[in-house]
Design a protein around this ligand. Structure first.
Ligand code: NDP
Ligand code: ZN
Length: 351
């Protein structure tokens, strides 16, 4: 089969590989629609995960099952499925402890385009199909449904990690597609004031549509000062980090109230250390919690989140600014993600 791969750090290209084999609990899926992720960019061009040779990229897809293992009970050939970016081993001790995303080791629930070939191949392998694949609801367009692989569950995980409650003042730092979904999640969870930090006009406009009450442009001054000015010097209850860099944690510590929570879903692709202000952390005693997490993955989560799209409470189609048709355009979509033109929010390739 053909696939678009990371050949090594900083290098990509089309390669041919043996078709994946199906284990008894597994499925082989062919993609119907896929999307590249900013994480693919960190992985290839920043080498953030270390060296990878000839690994097919991609972890966001809707697909059709072409084969299931003999122990798969609830899925069959021909089913159209939602493919979560994170596909844990559900019997692992980590999953039993509530950390499915770390099943088998830190971040090891993230397999596609990390430890094994991803979804930018003509076929791809899914472990524990019953537990990891969701059924694509009837009538749901596969192109926006691709956002259920990663953008929706990750953005929503940011709101879970920050534990957004009714009436909270929330700041979402970064309003690319992940942060936009954090804005949507914080809105659904009842945030009263929602400060969205970004700069690109299209993202800012969409953040407002998803429920942001205020836009904060990080290119027009210190975001901590801007948040403090808007909150009469009090700061926010919760911060969700979905963009920025190692220094963003310090800004989050400074703008969150004592007892506040910071939920990070940003993938720190570079930098050696994360540092934050000793004094602004209450000399370490301010009850300011930082939690950073990979999203949990799995079938239940993806099917529940898809129901928000079915009922129209979440509209992901607004994020799809660039649409391609045809497998061969995967490369174009990935390069677009790398170059990030101003009008790009998220590209999708329908196959
Ligand atoms: P984008 O690059 O599209 O968005 C990044 C956002 O951060 C933009 O709004 C950008 O603003 C803003 N930003 C950039 N620099 C700063 C800064 N210095 N201060 C404040 N804001 C800044 O990324 P995505 O939305 O696609 O992804 C966000 C992150 O989430 C990535 O690191 C990605 O790898 C990670 N991720 C994590 C996953 C997980 O499971 N934890 C899964 C998927 C993705 P501007 O408007 O100027 O562009
Ligand atoms: Zn991703």
């Amino acid at each position: 089969m053909k696939g678009f791969a990371m050949l090594g750090i900083g290098k990509t290209g089309w390669i041919t590989k043996k078709d994946p084999e199906c284990g008894p609990l597994d499925a082989i899926v062919k993609p119907i629609a896929v999307s590249p992720c900013t994480s693919d960019i960190h992985t290839v061009w920043e080498g953030a995960l270390g060296e990878r040779k000839d690994m097919i990229l991609g972890h966001e897809a809707v697909g059709e099952i072409v084969e299931v293992g003999n122990l798969v009970k609830t899925l069959k050939r021909g089913d159209r499925v939602l493919v979560p970016a994170i596909t844990p081993n559900w019997g692992s001790l980590e999953a039993q402890g509530g950390y499915s995303m770390h099943s088998g080791g830190m971040l090891a629930g993230w397999k596609f385009s990390n430890f094994k070939d991803g979804v930018f191949g003509e076929l791809f392998h899914v472990n524990e199909a019953d537990a990891n694949l969701g059924l694509l609801p009837d009538g749901l367009d596969p192109a926006p449904a691709v956002m259920l692989s990663d953008m929706v569950p990750t953005g929503f995980h940011g709101a879970e990690l920050a534990d957004v409650q009714y009436g909270d003042k929330v700041c979402v730092v970064g309003i690319g597609p992940v942060g936009l979904m954090s804005v949507a999640a914080a809105t659904l969870r009842g945030a009263s004031h929602l400060f969205a930090v970004g700069s690109r006009p299209d993202c800012c406009k969409l953040a407002k549509e998803y429920g942001a009450t205020d836009i904060i442009n990080y290119k027009e001054g210190d975001i901590v000062q801007q948040v403090m000015d808007k909150t009469h010097g009090k700061g926010v209850d919760k911060v969700i980090i979905a963009g920025g860099d190692c220094d963003t944690f310090d800004q989050a510590i400074k703008m969150v109230k004592p007892g506040g929570r910071i939920g990070n879903v940003n993938y720190l692709g570079s930098g050696e250390f994360v540092r934050f202000s000793r004094v602004q952390s209450g000399c370490g005693m301010g009850h300011k919690t930082i939690v950073g997490g990979l999203m949990p993955g799995g079938r239940l989560r993806v099917e529940k989140l898809s129901s928000l799209m079915v009922t129209g409470r979440l509209d992901c189609s607004k994020m799809l600014t660039h649409k391609f048709k045809g497998f061969e355009h995967i490369e174009d979509a990935l390069m677009l993600m790398k170059d990030k033109p101003k009008d790009l929010i998220k590209p999708v390739v329908v196959i």
